[in-house]
Design a protein around this ligand. Structure first.
Ligand SMILES: [Zn+2]
Length: 534
């Protein structure tokens, strides 16, 4: 018997944690950070306490109470006694691995809390993005996907409590198993990137291992890893052969992006497996159609060509397709695209795997904006700024030559504006999604205040009317979503034609039941923690 238990990603966009069990064999499909539930309780200045380890995420039901799954060093004394009577409690003897679909934190974030001997299977690109994000971010203890600092239980002088104190500065790397290539095929520079930051030559540093599952531990699942198109490079879907037939997991995907052909091959190959189960995302089921990336290019080019003064482009920095779209616009309008050091670090990392990614040093239309900092920069920033010394621009450089730049800023970089002093009438191009929750709505209002204060023109920025946030008419078409629209998702389901479809990663799970009722596909809606048995 095969059992699928969903511990996240139900009635929410992201937070996927899907446990697939076939006898004694066990896999998690993604182990994501549950943003929606997290925001019910926490904000920037109220966070789970790092010193309390697993207690906070377990007590707030952000994490399923599965004893045996998590890092020992995050276990405070007597921890599990508080959770043995909770409805979802289980003791898990063994987990063969996590199949990670892509490096967005709502799919990967809580890998940080898993035992470090659990292998993570993913594409090379996703593994590298996970590391680049962590190297260049200030991630909390519950988002350290690629490596972590083991904590020790000690009692500081003058304190009575024994908690998990992060006194250990040694980093410990997780075991990533890459499904799409052999580590030997990686360049020495790529391998060097993977081990960068681990100075202690100890077993803490784990090399990349190849080949999915077979041969690793006792796991004998036959696996297929299908690259798909999404708003981050390296995304994949998975096929898992079980005793009840093939189970296919879509991860996040779209058919309208730059690499749509990947998604099409996945659909054809998944259909060829005649799967018993298809676990399919449903982020944008209510959307009828999607803007394509080339339309973003055309619309962005049109508005930026006709503007004087500074241009600020606001888009998700991990969306490399969008970064390349704006780079092309910069070339075509005689401007330079000024990216932040963390974006440069990601570009440099991805170029280790894909020679099509532009070389920052050789790309005339790229510059790196060095932001104003209070204390000495981290080593990765210093390295980037040394590597690309001739590419660095400062606030004064941008200020003096405003017609020559497109600055890649998001809302959270706007505190640089006092140093840049944009000329009134400068342009703010918004190329991202509408606000999804109250917190983001507040940020949108603040963003508007910043633009008003500096006399910046907004383009493509959603406005609120009657409780709905919408991009004004005539300013649409500046964002291509990472997710397939409703008609595309239905077509994917029909073409793969599984016996059972399980919707995840969406807030309208009934959509599939309503639309595919007569298709012969059995739609099974999951509930949190309740096993679906096949
Ligand atoms: Zn995603």
């Amino acid at each position: 018997m095969v059992r699928l238990t969903c511990y996240g990603g139900i009635n929410e966009i992201g937070g996927n944690k899907l446990l697939l069990e076939d006898g004694d064999r066990r896999l998690f499909l993604d182990f994501g950070f549950p943003y929606k539930r997290h925001k019910l309780f926490y904000e920037e200045y109220l966070k789970p306490r790092g010193g309390a380890g697993l207690l906070d995420p377990l007590a707030m039901e952000l994490l399923p109470p599965l004893e045996g799954l998590y890092r020992d060093d995050l276990e405070t004394p007597g921890l599990w006694e508080h959770f043995r009577d909770t409805p979802l409690y289980r003791k898990l003897e063994q987990l063969d691995g996590v199949l990670l679909s892509h490096a967005h934190l709502d799919h990967s974030g809580y890998i940080s809390l898993l035992r470090d001997d659990i292998p993570i299977y993913t594409t090379t690109t996703s593994a590298f993005i996970a590391k680049a994000n962590q190297d260049s971010g200030k991630s909390d203890f519950d988002q350290q996907v690629c490596y972590f600092s083991p904590t020790t239980h000690e009692c500081p002088t003058g304190w009575k409590q024994v908690a998990c104190l992060s006194t250990n500065t040694l980093k410990q790397q997780r075991q990533f198993c890459i499904a799409d290539m052999k580590p030997e095929a990686l360049s020495p520079e790529a391998l060097q990137f993977w081990s960068w930051g681990f100075w202690e030559k100890t077993p803490r540093q784990k090399g990349l291992v190849s080949h999915p599952l077979a041969g690793h531990h006792n796991c004998t699942f036959n696996l297929r890893c299908f690259p798909v198109d999404h708003s981050i490079p390296g995304a994949c879907a998975w096929g898992i052969e079980t005793s009840a037939g093939w189970v296919v997991y879509s991860g996040d995907l779209r058919r309208h992006g730059k690499r749509a052909e990947l998604t099409e091959s996945f659909i054809a190959e998944a259909a060829g497996l005649r799967p018993r189960i298809l676990i399919l995302e449903g982020t944008n089921v209510l959307r009828e159609a999607n803007v394509a990336e080339h339309e973003v290019y055309q619309n962005g080019l049109r508005i930026i060509t006709n503007s004087n003064g500074l241009v600020i482009a606001d888009f998700s920095p991990r969306d490399i397709d969008r970064l390349l779209t704006f780079l092309q616009i910069a070339r075509d309008t005689g401007r330079k695209l000024a990216i932040l050091p963390k974006d440069a670090y990601l570009l440099k990392t991805l170029r280790l795997l894909d020679p099509e990614i532009p070389d920052i040093a050789a790309e005339e239309s790229l510059a790196i904006y060095q932001d104003t900092i209070a204390k000495s920069p981290d080593l990765w920033v210093r390295n980037i700024c040394q590597d690309y010394d001739s590419k660095i621009v400062l606030a004064d450089d941008v200020s003096a030559d405003q017609d020559k730049f497109i600055l890649c800023f998001s809302f959270f970089d706007l505190n640089e504006l006092p140093g840049i002093r944009p000329r009134p009438g400068s342009l703010y191009v918004y190329s991202s999604s509408e606000p999804h929750d109250e917190e983001q709505e507040i940020d949108f209002r603040r963003l508007r205040n910043w633009l008003d204060h500096f006399g910046l023109r907004a383009f493509g920025l959603p406005v609120e009317s009657g409780g709905e946030w919408q991009v004004p008419e005539g300013e649409k078409g500046l964002h291509a979503s990472g997710h397939a629209c409703g008609p595309d998702l239905l077509e994917i389901a029909r073409q793969i034609n599984p016996e059972i479809l399980i919707p995840v990663h969406g807030e309208q799970p009934h959509f599939y039941r309503d639309r595919l009722g007569n298709s012969g596909i059995n739609i099974v809606l999951p509930t949190v923690g309740e096993a679906i048995e096949v």
